[in-house]
Design a protein around this ligand. Structure first.
Ligand code: ZN
Length: 250
C-alpha cells in the first residue's frame, strides 16, 4: 500500500523534535515538501527545483534517518547537485556510459555529501549509529577485496562500476571507528591510477564550497575516460571476451 501524505502533523510530530525543528522549517521555507512511503525500505530524498520528496518507512519512523534526509535536502537548497552532475556527465560520456550504471552516480554523490554533513548531524545531537543503515559495517571486507581483485584481474576496466563503488565507499566512510588502512593499501596496489583519480575527487570536494563541485567532477570524469582508453588499448581482447560473454548471458 502506498501512502502520500503532505505535512501530516501526526507523522511530522514523530519525525521532528527540538533537534531538527529549525532544519525542518528551513527546508519547508524553501521547498514544497511531500513525504512518501519508500519502495526499497530505505529513507531517501529527491529534490527538483522547489519540490522535495522525502521517502520514509511509515512502519519504522526514525527521527535520525529523517534528519539525515533533511541534511541532503539542505545540500540541494544550498546549490549542491553533485549526484545529478555525476549522473549526467557519466551518461553523456560515450566511454563511461557503457561501463557505469546510473545508480553509481547516486552512490558516489551520496557518500560525498555525507562527508560534508556528518559533523553537523552529530552537532544537532543525532545518533551516529543511525547515520546510515550500514554505519557499523566495514565497507570493504577481505572477502569483498578478494572478489574485486578477481574481477579486476579477469575483466580489467570492465568492472569499473564495482571498482569505483568500493573505492568511494572506503574513501568516504565517515565512521572513524572503522579501520581502512589495510583495504586502502590493497586498493591502491590493485590500480594506483584509479585510486589516485578517486581520492583526488574526494580531496578536492572536501576543500571546495558545496555549490562549486563542477570543476572537480569535470576533472574526475576526464581522467576516468583517459584511464579507460589507456586500458582499452592494451586489452581489446578482454573487451571482446566480455562482450561475447554478456551476449551469451542475455
Ligand atoms: Zn545519505
Amino acid at each position: 500500500m502506498e501512502h502520500t501524505i503532505m505535512n501530516n502533523s501526526e507523522i511530522i510530530n514523530n519525525l521532528i523534535d527540538s533537534r531538527s525543528q529549525k532544519l525542518w522549517q528551513e527546508i519547508n521555507a524553501h521547498f514544497t515538501v511531500s513525504i512518501e512511503q519508500t519502495k526499497d525500505g530505505n529513507y531517501g530524498c529527491f529534490t527538483l527545483d522547489e519540490e522535495a520528496i522525502i521517502y520514509i518507512d511509515f512502519q519504522n519512523l526514525c527521527k535520525d534517518s529523517f534528519a539525515h534526509e533533511l541534511l541532503h535536502a539542505q545540500m540541494s537548497m544550498n546549490g549542491c547537485y553533485i549526484n545529478g552532475c555525476l549522473k549526467i556527465y557519466m551518461a553523456d560520456s560515450p566511454v563511461l556510459s557503457v561501463l557505469l550504471k546510473t545508480e553509481l552516480g547516486d552512490h558516489i554523490g551520496n557518500v560525498l555529501q555525507h562527508i560534508r554533513f556528518y559533523d553537523l548531524y552529530l552537532e544537532l545531537g543525532f545518533d551516529k549509529t543511525k547515520f546510515t543503515i550500514d554505519y557499523n559495517a566495514h565497507k570493504c571486507t577481505e572477502a569483498e577485496l578478494s572478489s574485486l581483485e578477481f574481477l579486476y584481474q579477469n575483466l580489467s576496466y570492465s568492472c569499473l562500476d564495482t571498482h569505483l563503488g568500493k573505492l568511494f565507499a572506503v574513501l568516504c566512510d565517515p565512521n572513524p571507528d572503522l579501520d581502512y588502512s589495510s583495504a586502502k593499501v590493497k586498493l591502491r596496489k590493485l590500480d594506483p591510477e584509479l585510486y589516485r583519480i578517486s581520492s583526488n575527487l574526494v580531496e578536492q570536494w572536501k576543500q571546495t564550497e558545496i555549490d562549486n563541485y563542477r570543476p572537480a567532477v569535470t576533472e574526475f570524469i576526464g581522467k576516468l575516460e583517459k584511464w579507460v582508453k589507456r586500458k582499452q588499448r592494451y586489452s581489446v581482447w578482454v573487451h571482446k571476451l566480455v562482450f561475447d560473454i554478456r551476449r551469451l548471458l542475455n
